[in-house]
Write a protein that binds this ligand. Structure first.
Ligand code: GDP
Length: 621
């Protein structure tokens, strides 16, 4: 699942474009509709050509509401950056671009809107200008697509471009510690309290107990939705609405974080790496009062510069932030600082230590060295990264790839042992996130196969292996593990979902009944394979063979499994008593034809029950 967010100057056509793409008017507030201006975040979803349902967050472009924009863009995978073709790059185009860059939003598509208002020559000038203005930012090289929401021009191309950009984004990792920064709180009659947000770092499940931070009270998940559809489990990277019981709306507000109880600890201090915007108008001084934005939260903070008295525009440095109210952050979270008055974006950066020692000594070499190391990642994070680039690999390869000595290898393993899965004894290791992706893919392929072939017991393992594009060794190890976990049944040459059973229609049942009745009537003069095929059809006949109701002795001869089992027993007894048997004797023993007797004996030879010696058969072994 992915989420995109709009960005761009006011009146450049963001909301109109979102409505044209999704069919949903993202302006929720009465005031927004009256003023025809987005004031707060709007939410919608769109279906890409490949069928993926993508969450869309529409943000306000007006400079008075930029702080509302910040509450929405944190968790997005890609920006839908809007520039009106008739106006070109404007002040909030630049400010939004700077914010996306500070947040290191990993991808984007530039939409040149209102293309119906300009001619081709003007369009190419604006396009070149837009390409130049994103150069050197996180959106450098993003595709540029001209669209007219009014006429519908370019909308299919825009969806294609979004699909290309999003399909190159890895899925959000499942670190097993879900965090939902709350960006909206409301009540629905009949349901009670609902909060929404973009879920990160883990999954949420119906019925779970959760904690709302920083307040610290608990509630229970009574309902979950993504894109207005009820779900039982919400996955990382999706837009989620959570219906909570045990909490009142007046206890909740935007910026709080919903998480599993006891996992996160709110903090009033944090250390971070900060980049001051090059076109900021003033230097940032030690002890400056700022507004701090992280996730959907906004709090006042005091800046403690750890190296300098001030940072000039364009400079970077280490800082400790002392927050007026606690927030929930994790290492690596991106943040933005703004000047409270007159409002302006100063810069932003990444949290390096969410729970530092308070009030570091300034200009302390040891403090700065530790921050440098921390910013490169913990040993566990580096090992996970190595595993993600290697795929399933022996543990020693991953440790080597991460460049660990013995001590840091031990530290890494201890840190993330609960995020690793060992396969094939201990020979292969993968991260839990990679495992979940495999299980999802496995489930999807099996589900598709069962839908296409409802009468087949399961999907051939070979076909499944090539669909999943895995080597035999890794496939076997994965499948064995999935079977152990109960997410798949792997029996013989096929695999199936535990929930799948072969179910015949009433018409098929009636045909089966009639054919099997003929088999029972004359167990050794049964309908031919050709006859069965004509009366049952290929899928039903195959299902009966796969289920073992019928046994196929030769291209043309079928027996009921009951008949076959009794025949084998009787023949074995005969051979034990007499030592050998001829085809003619078999024919007489079962009052059947030579054709049936021959088919039976050849089949038993092939099964390793009997062995041919001249014109006679003896028991094998
Ligand atoms: P936002 O502030 O960026 O969300 O902009 P809106 O979506 O509210 O659009 C601003 C104005 O531009 C509205 O009057 C729209 O009707 C108009 N507009 C939006 N898209 C188009 C378009 O494709 N062509 C034309 N001609 N006008 C458009």
């Amino acid at each position: 699942m992915h989420v995109i967010g709009t960005a761009g100057h006011v009146d450049h056509g963001k909301s109109t474009l979102v409505e044209a793409l999704t069919g949903i008017n993202p302006d929720r507030l009465k005031e927004e509709r009256e003023r025809q201006m987005t004031i707060d975040l709007g939410f919608a979803w769109l279906t890409l050509p490949d069928g993926e349902s993508v969450g869309v967050i529409d943000v306000p472009g007006h400079r008075d509401f930029i702080e509302n924009m910040l509450a929405g863009v944190g968790g997005i995978d890609a920006a839908l950056f809007v520039v009106a073709a008739d106006e070109g790059v404007m002040p909030q185009t630049r400010e939004h671009l700077a914010i996306l860059d500070l947040l290191q939003i990993p991808a984007g598509v530039m939409a040149l809107t209102k293309s119906d208002l300009v001619d081709a020559e003007w369009l190419s000038l604006v396009s070149a200008d837009v390409a130049a203005s994103v150069r050197g930012t996180a959106l450098d090289g993003a595709p540029i697509v001209a669209v007219s929401a009014r006429m519908g021009d370019g909308l299919p191309q825009l969806k294609q471009a979004l699909q290309r950009v999003l399909s190159a984004r890895p899925l959000r990792p499942d670190l097993g510690r879900p965090r939902l920064p709350i960006d909206r709180v409301f009540t629905l009659s009949g349901f009670g309290t609902v909060v929404t947000g973009t879920l990160g770092d883990g999954a949420l499940a119906l019925g779970e107990e959760v904690e709302i931070l920083p307040a610290g009270f608990t509630a229970r998940i009574r309902g979950l939705q993504t894109h207005k559809t009820k779900i039982e489990r919400a996955v990382p990277g999706s837009r989620v609405a959570v219906n909570l019981s045990g909490v009142e709306i007046n206890q909740l507000r935007r910026g709080m974080v919903l998480a599993h109880p006891g996992v996160f600890r709110p903090t009033n201090f944090l250390d971070g790496r900060f980049r001051h915007l090059p076109d900021a108008d003033l230097p940032l001084k030690h002890n400056a009062e700022v507004k701090f934005f992280v996730g959907a939260a906004e709090v006042l903070a005091t800046v403690r510069l750890l190296e300098h008295e001030m940072l000039a525009p364009g400079e970077s440095g280490w800082m400790q932030l002392q927050l007026a109210e606690p927030v929930v952050v994790a290492k690596g979270d991106r943040f933005i600082l703004r000047r409270p008055s007159p409002g302006a974006t100063i810069g932003g950066g990444a949290v390096v230590d969410p729970h530092p020692k308070r009030r570091h000594k300034r200009r302390d070499a040891a403090v700065l060295a530790r921050l440098e190391v921390l910013s490169r990642g913990t040993p566990g994070e580096m090992l996970l990264q190595a595993l993600d680039t290697l795929g399933p690999a022996p543990l020693k390869d991953a440790l080597q790839k991460a460049g660990f000595d013995k001590a840091s290898a031990a530290e890494a393993l201890e840190e993330i042992s609960d995020q690793l899965i060992r396969l094939d004894g201990d020979a292969l290791v993968i991260s839990k996130a990679a495992w979940r992706k495999f299980e999802d893919d496995l489930g999807q392929w099996l589900h598709a196969y069962h839908s296409a072939h409802p009468l087949r017991v399961g999907m051939p393992r070979e076909e499944l292996k090539s669909r999943l594009k895995l080597s035999p060794r890794i496939f076997n190890a994965f499948l064995a593990r999935a079977a152990e976990a109960g997410s798949v049944v792997a029996a013989g040459a096929v695999a199936r979902l535990p929930s799948h059973t072969v179910q015949f229609t009433a018409v098929q049942q009636a045909a089966i009944h009639a054919v099997l009745a003929d088999f029972w009537r004359e167990p050794y003069n049964t309908p031919s394979a050709k006859d069965c095929l004509a009366r049952l059809g290929e899928e039903v006949l195959n299902a009966l063979l796969e289920q073992g109701a019928l046994v196929q002795l030769s291209a043309d001869v079928l027996l009921l499994s009951e008949t076959y089992a009794a025949t084998v027993e009787r023949l074995k007894a005969h051979l034990r008593a007499h030592g050998k048997v001829t085809v003619a004797e078999v024919r007489d023993l079962f009052s059947t034809s030579r054709k049936y007797a021959l088919a039976l004996m050849e089949y038993l030879d092939a099964q390793g029950v009997t062995k041919r010696v001249g014109d006679e058969r003896v028991l094998k072994g």
